[in-house]
Design a binder for this molecule. Structure first.
Ligand code: KIV
Ligand code: ZN
Length: 570
């Protein structure tokens, strides 16, 4: 048979009065990293001891307190890595290492040898319990897989006694592998028998790790299974319920989240979701999802790029560009309307003084994961004027007045159309510099003098200066209630006075002793067209005069361009 008919649909676990849909995630689970085991076994080139050590320290720095370090009975490298961790003192006192072993006597013995001398250990054993595995792999029934689990549990309990007596903090973890495909009543029966064999009680809880070894159903169906399982587990208080989702349907995160609602207390996950096939559940996404809901995930991802670099180096895997919270493009908005909204959100936050993150299209402040605002907006031909203004403000500290956004936005738009690709922030700044800061005459201020005084509580400014227009040098002088007013009065009667003053704004750029002021001048032409100028200087009065001259010169060049265009047409 070919096609979809050959697949057996998942059979949901019936459950009455499910409670998980009304619950909320309110706190972080216990995190266990399985990067060095499940993640490692799924690499084309598994990590060597040095690489494992580097990742181990990275996990410790993130704040993971339970780390599955490998399968020490499986290979010499795995064994050696654990011994190196123990003998070279790499394991902080507050970190518990976890070792995995199949429920098989000779492997259990070898694993006990490997943990010698370790302070805090979780001894994790597993066997498959699902209907399918029983049928096609083990060719046995529920009793058969239960016996494998209980025999292993009894052996582990016996073998652990001398270690416990010597003061080792040793706990047990059991995984009914492929739990999601096991009948829940059978899973309860097997797990309860394992708890008995391990003498579990409230003071000596055993971790029951319930893997979604292969994701085979909707996350809500998994949550139903889980709630049913926990409700019917004899002596539930003897267990810590741990989840171990894989991601075959791409819903590992949702499965983990609904699983937490349904009673999960602990999560086994990997950084960026590395693991068998489609991977394990992604610890970063899960933790940061909590973070964006105002919950402390108790893991530190404040320098996500550094963590990604370590991960990529040791695993030789690549983090995707759209990977939540870390991908290269996840803080980039291409759409103009998104950019406008981001701009407004940031502006709103500054103006309102809110201490909450209220920026549309950015579920998280990029700075919280050590990402800069810089790559948030890249301007392409779809981007609006707001995006351009945002880049100028956040990348370069120039708060262009709102009325100026259309003018500069159009200049940027024209350039993106001309080059046919997106413009990076630096290219946008070059355009700004060329258009406003490097305007080449024809009017130039050669010399000037301001005299400012207060007369009857009012500011009174006189301006005297020498200007040049092409080859002509001329003196001007004027008075006014401020530098711009005095300057306009000074140029009265010159050809420069055909513009009227519309608006002005200024702010400081750079801080400290080198602080400069930038002034934005808005003039109107006789035809009532807007024209803007920008001036920068240490002296705020001079910055505004430079801004006026910039606007006048730009208007002059525009007129020239129109004249030339007219001549070319006639
Ligand atoms: O996915 C799985 O079932 C596992 C177990 C060994 C815990 O990795
Ligand atoms: Zn797994």
């Amino acid at each position: 048979m070919t096609g979809f008919e050959k697949y057996i649909p998942f059979v949901p676990q019936p459950i009455e009065n499910r409670t998980w849909p009304d619950k909320q995630i309110t706190h972080a689970p216990v995190w266990c990293s399985v990067d060095l085991r499940d993640g490692n076994q799924a690499l084309i080139d598994p990590m060597n001891v040095e690489e494992k050590l580097e990742l181990f320290h990275c996990l410790v720095d993130i704040g993971v307190k339970e780390i599955e370090v490998g399968f020490p009975s499986a290979s010499d490298t795995e064994y050696l890595f654990l011994r190196t961790l123990i003998e070279d003192g790499h394991i902080p006192d507050d970190v518990t290492i976890q070792v995995l072993v199949q429920a098989r006597p000779h492997l259990i013995r070898r694993t006990f040898q490997a943990i010698e001398g370790c302070k805090h250990v979780i001894f994790h054993f597993y066997n498959s319990t699902s209907t399918l595995q029983r049928k096609v792999v083990f060719r046995t029934d529920v009793e058969g897989v239960k016996k494998i689990a209980v025999d292993a549990a009894e052996m582990i309990y016996e073998m652990s006694q001398p270690f416990l007596a010597s003061g080792m903090d040793l706990r047990y973890e059991y995984s009914p592998e492929s739990f999601m495909g096991t009948e829940m009543d059978a899973a309860d029966e097997i797990c309860a028998a394992v708890l008995d064999a391990l003498h579990a009680d409230e003071a000596h809880k055993v971790i029951l790790n319930l893997p979604t070894t292969v994701e085979n159903c909707l996350p809500n169906q998994f949550a139903d299974e889980l709630e049913y399982f926990i409700r019917n587990l004899p002596g539930r208080e003897r267990a810590i319920i741990s989840l171990h989702p894989h991601n075959d349907r791409g819903t590992g995160v949702a499965t983990a989240e609904l699983g937490l609602l349904a009673g999960g207390e602990r999560i086994e996950a990997t950084l960026f979701g590395n693991g068998e096939r489609t991977g394990n559940v992604d610890m970063v996404t899960l933790a940061m999802n909590m973070y964006t809901q105002g919950i402390d995930p108790e893991l530190d991802f404040s320098d996500i790029n550094k963590i990604r670099d370590v991960y990529e180096k040791v695993t030789k895997m690549r983090v995707g560009e759209r990977q939540p919270y870390v991908g290269k493009l996840v803080f980039t908005a291409f759409s103009g309307s998104h950019q406008d909204a981001i701009n407004k959100g940031v502006q709103y936050m500054a103006e309102s003084g809110t201490d909450k993150w209220e920026v549309p299209y950015l579920p998280i402040d990029p700075a919280d994961v050590g990402r800069a605002y810089e790559p948030i907006i890249r301007i392409n031909s779809q981007s609006g004027k707001g995006g351009t203004a945002f880049v100028m403000a956040h990348n370069f500290g120039f708060n262009l007045p709102k009325a100026m956004h259309p003018e500069f936005g159009a200049i940027v738009q024209h350039e993106t159309d001309r080059v046919g690709k997106e413009l990076l922030p630096e290219a946008i700044f070059q355009l700004f510099r060329k258009e406003y800061l490097e305007v080449d005459g024809p009017y130039q201020l050669l010399r000037h003098q301001f005299h400012e005084q207060m007369v009857d509580g009012k500011s009174h400014v006189t301006f005297e200066g020498t200007l040049r227009h092409k080859e002509t040098v001329f003196e001007v002088a004027g008075e006014g209630n401020g530098p711009i007013d005095a300057f306009f009065n000074a140029i009265h009667g010159q050809r420069m006075d055909k513009y009227t003053f519309a608006d002005y704004s200024e702010h400081a750029i750079n801080t400290g002793s080198d602080s400069q002021a930038v002034a934005y001048i808005h003039l109107k032409t006789k035809e009532n067209q807007d024209i803007f100028g920008v001036g920068i200087d240490h002296n705020i009065s001079l910055a505004s005069i430079k801004g006026v001259l910039c606007a006048i010169n730009r208007a002059w060049w525009k007129e020239k361009e129109l004249e030339l265009a007219g001549q070319a047409q006639s």
